[in-house]
Write a protein that binds this ligand. Structure first.
Ligand code: AMP
Length: 249
């Protein structure tokens, strides 16, 4: 069984991003970039499935500029067998990524595609769902447990009232939630081994995909600054303020 894992290069989750003064976006010049945390969980899950003998090959895919090679090498250091870079300097929106991934699904015929539930830069939470629709595959989003059994995969999802377990026939698309697993640390020997793994590069045109943006960002602005807090002398004053000033109770 082959697993395809899309990994996105995003601003590291520890970085406090700054909005550009002209309001056209956030400043990512000289900012630390890393693999999207939900994608690390996706790679880890694929590696665990391979370690259990449920998968035979893991392919990591990243779409973006040449620097995404670093993200692919990280995925290969965690345990992916090879990488595919779809190289473009165009801004990529979720629909374009989903179309690129659909072309790779047709080419590689994976039994599972495991994506992150969302990218922490655009927070779109769309790519997995769009890919499932384009490739006409069953989907299980926000997975907190994945079990492969023969030609089926059982996925447990966190829903409002508790947990829901659904059974999908393979091939299928899964998106990962935070509690699915804790990704392993990447060791130096594995980083060295990853440098030798196969990495193929395609352009969107090679895959027959037009990645032109369909959405236009009108404005990006900082959230309003929070005012300073105050200390209240007793519970009665607190309740009074919550009732009459904040009007929340
Ligand atoms: P989004 O729909 O943008 O929130 O992204 C959801 C998931 O789609 C991510 O966690 C990745 O697994 C995948 N994805 C999105 N953009 C890319 C990209 N440029 N390259 C590879 N995977 C991506």
């Amino acid at each position: 069984m082959r697993i395809l894992v899309p990994v996105k290069r995003v601003v590291d989750y520890n970085v406090k991003v700054r909005v550009k003064s002209d309001g056209t976006g956030v400043d990512i010049a000289n900012v630390k970039m890393s693999m999207n945390p939900f994608d690390e969980i996706a790679v880890e899950e694929a590696v665990r499935l391979k370690e259990k003998g449920a998968a035979t090959e893991i392919i990591a895919v990243s779409c973006g500029d040449a620097k995404c090679q670093e993200t692919l090498r990280t995925a290969m250091a965690i345990g992916a067998d090879r990488g595919i870079l779809v190289e473009t300097t165009e801004e990529l929106q979720p629909l374009a990524v989903a179309k690129l991934l659909k072309a790779l699904v047709d080419k590689e015929q994976p039994a599972l595609v495991i994506l992150g539930k969302q990218a922490i830069d655009d927070d779109a939470n769309q790519t997995g769902q769009m890919l499932a629709a384009l490739a006409d595959l069953p989907q299980a989003t926000f997975a907190s447990k994945v079990e492969v059994a023969d030609d089926k995969v059982n996925v447990t999802r966190e829903v409002d009232g508790g947990l829901e377990t659904i059974s999908l026939s393979l091939p299928a698309v899964i998106t990962t939630d935070l509690r699915l697993n804790e990704p392993r640390y990447v060791t130096l020997p594995n980083i060295m081994k990853a440098k030798k793994k196969q990495l193929d590069t395609f352009k969107p045109e090679d895959l027959g995909v037009d990645v032109k943006p369909r959405l236009k960002t009108l404005k990006v602005s900082e959230p309003p600054k929070r005012g300073a807090g105050i200390k209240v002398p007793d519970v009665a004053t607190l309740v009074d303020k919550l009732k009459n000033e904040a009007k929340v109770i």
